[in-house]
Design a protein around this ligand. Structure first.
Ligand SMILES: Nc1nc2c(ncn2[C@@H]2O[C@H](COP(=O)(O)OP(=O)(O)OP(=O)(O)O)[C@@H](O)[C@H]2O)c(=O)[nH]1
Ligand SMILES: O=C([O-])CC(=O)C(=O)O
Ligand SMILES: [Mn+2]
Length: 598
């Protein structure tokens, strides 16, 4: 049955074991070649797994429709299976490893009969990077293979590296029967293994992405002294030609892809500002010998949110998508072009489920419809994304969807405060995961669904980077999503976000004094570049205002949240919360006195 095998016996043994359990008709070892990709596409066009798009407007591009019940990550079915429950923490669902294996192996029994089993060796990160890590995903989904080919360095070079190193993450995936009651995503960080069944969708099925590069990698990173984060990496080139690299953690569907590919405002462009895209979703950071944090993007492609991507918001993404792209759950126009809400041209005739479009059925494209495309197709793609040692970070940014209270931008006063700011992050939920949308929840460092261990230990790990000799990035918090009384966004966002990045860079270079407040430093009057910006009267001061009373209540909530992790929560973080809380009380007392005098 074996078409090709590896020189690494443990890999062959595992593949054999999986084949005995899942009983596929055929086994195919993926080499990652163009011919292999073309033949997979051919197969999927035949089975209807892919639909060819208009070759005139979208050459070599395809639409995939997933099962209507299988359109997003499923956090309630995602488990971290550490021997001790406490090690997974209250931030994860936990199952004892033996129980988890028994439960999921029963579902894998015979799951691939009648199907082809694909063995996908892949590398997360530049193939020659010491920071990169490898894995092998076994799957029965050709759609997964095609996506992994775009999203990772997949095939023979990865297999060679795996054979040299002897160590790899084992990911087993089957779409199973797509019944949500038989859907599980299980992680065994101690065993460097992942088992996922019953979903063909994105983060549930492309195991190199969230399962490996975040959940398993974060666990390894803690043991080995680095960080695996849900962050974009963007290079900002100033008019002097100097590049600053910024990593930013925003929760799913909260603007990472858009910030990573930002198109500068007209004024910035004329002044010579440029944006370089290193990564849009995942960032692995390692302290370098120079004390700085060096970052790589472990991925090779983008699996991005389609809705909202238009000529005014993200023309870079549109250019990236103009050829060789896979679209999942978008709508179609009459001339077979992909369509989604916010695209700004064309009209949908067929919705994401393949029905004639009827607005009574809701949006034409699923709100979590996605595109898969090679990173190199992006006009702002940074060649440094291939650098083995990565890029040095000047700043780390946290942010979420906060309709009220949280200012457009503030800076943490030091690393420990920055860790608190990241830990305290809150955001409204989005369509990237199944469940209610628009509910405010804590999503520490945008890692709530992705940290492979107890958040309390994770915060302690973050704090541990603050050591003598370290030159750590400055930490900021942003909020593009403040709303006014009418429910409209107060800040234009997208390209205009460069105004905020410019202020951050001024802070990093020490050229901008800023204004200290109890929650951190905000732009002082006149510091934010608002040239040619049309904002409603008073909006800017509202966006930069620190509402002392509102923040006191927020700090109380943050305190309750930190306490919910019990004994394991580092004292340092609680002390930091108390310091900010006390500063707010002092400010409130000061304001009270001023009122009494005035
Ligand atoms: N109002 C506003 N919306 C934004 C901004 N940036 C992004 N968005 C919208 O937020 C949604 C998701 O943005 P993405 O950049 O794809 O999100 P992401 O963080 O990369 O998401 P994941 O891939 O799920 O991790 C899209 O509909 C965007 O149009 C912004 O600055 N302002
Ligand atoms: O994993 C996915 O399906 C897509 C993604 O980036 C996220 O949800 O954050
Ligand atoms: Mn993501």
């Amino acid at each position: 049955m074996r078409e090709m095998a590896s020189s690494l016996e443990p890999l062959n043994r595992w593949v054999d074991e999986v084949a005995r359990l899942t009983r596929p008709d055929r086994i195919h070892w993926c080499d990652g070649s163009d011919a292999e990709y073309d033949s997979l596409v051919e197969t999927m066009l035949g089975t209807g797994d892919l639909i060819a798009l208009n070759p005139e407007t979208n050459p070599r591009s395809y639409l995939h429709r997933s099962h209507p019940s299988d359109v997003a990550r499923v956090e309630h079915l995602t488990f971290v299976c550490t021997p001790k429950e406490d090690d997974a923490g209250p931030n994860n669902h936990w199952m004892a490893p033996a129980d988890a294996h028994a439960k999921i192996d029963a579902l894998f029994d015979g799951a691939m009969s009648g199907r082809t089993m694909y063995v996908i060796p892949y590398c997360m990160g530049p193939i020659d990077s010491p920071i990169a890590r490898c894995g092998v995903e076994i799957t029965d989904s050709p759609y997964v293979v095609a996506n992994m080919r775009i999203m990772t360095r997949m095939g023979t070079p990865a297999l060679k590296r795996i054979e040299r190193e002897g160590r790899f993450v084992r990911g087993l995936h089957s779409t199973g029967d797509l019944d949500p009651s038989r859907r599980f995503i299980m992680h065994f960080p101690d065993e460097l293994s992942i088992k996922s069944i019953g979903s063909g969708y994105g983060g549930n099925a492309l195991l190199g992405k969230k399962c490996h590069a975040l959940r398993i990698a974060s666990y390894q990173a803690r043991q080995e002294g680095w960080l695996a984060e849900h962050m974009l990496i963007v290079g900002v080139e100033n008019p002097k030609g100097e590049k600053h690299y910024i990593a930013a953690a925003f929760p799913s569907a909260c603007g990472k892809t858009n910030l990573a590919m930002l198109i500068p405002t007209e004024g910035h462009r004329k002044d010579g500002w440029k944006i370089w895209t290193v990564g849009d979703d995942i960032c692995w950071m390692t302290p370098g010998e120079d004390g700085r944090l060096w970052a790589i993007n472990p991925e090779a492609g983008y699996f991005g949110v389609a809705p909202g991507t238009g000529p005014n918001t993200n023309p870079s993404a549109l250019a990236t998508l103009s050829h060789d792209a896979i679209f999942t759950n978008v709508a179609l126009t009459a001339d077979n072009r992909p369509w989604w809400e916010g695209l700004g041209e064309g009209e949908p005739v067929t919705d994401w489920q393949g029905r004639p479009y009827d607005k009574a059925n809701g949006p034409a494209a699923h709100p979590n419809s996605r595109f898969t495309v090679s990173a190199k197709q992006c006009p702002s793609w940074a060649p440094e994304a291939e650098e083995a040692r990565g890029v040095p970070l000047s700043a780390i940014v946290f942010g979420g969807r906060r309709p009220s209270l949280v200012p457009l931008v503030f800076e943490a006063r030091d690393w420990a405060h920055g860790v608190l700011v990241g830990a305290a992050m809150g955001s409204e939920t989005t369509a990237a995961a199944t469940g209610a949308v628009g509910v405010l929840r804590r999503d520490s460092m945008a890692m709530k669904p992705f940290c492979g261990y107890n958040f309390a230990d994770y915060f302690a790990h973050w704090l541990s980077f603050d050591q003598p000799g370290a030159h750590l990035p400055k930490i900021f918090h942003v909020n593009w999503f403040r709303k006014d009384g009418d429910g409209a966004f107060m800040w234009p966002g997208y390209g205009d976000n460069l105004r905020v990045l410019e202020w951050m860079i001024g802070r990093v270079e020490g050229t901008v004094p800023g204004l200290e407040t109890p929650i951190g430093t905000v732009p002082a009057a006149g510091e934010l570049n608002v040239r040619d910006l049309a904002l409603r009267n008073g909006a800017l001061s509202e966006l930069l205002n620190v509402d002392i009373e509102g923040w006191r209540a927020e700090l109380d909530h943050i305190g309750e949240y930190l306490d919910s992790f019990g004994e394991r929560m580092p004292e340092r973080l609680k002390a930091e919360r108390k310091r900010v809380g006390d500063a707010l009380v002092a400010a409130a007392v000061g304001m009270e006195k001023e009122r009494a005098i005035g």
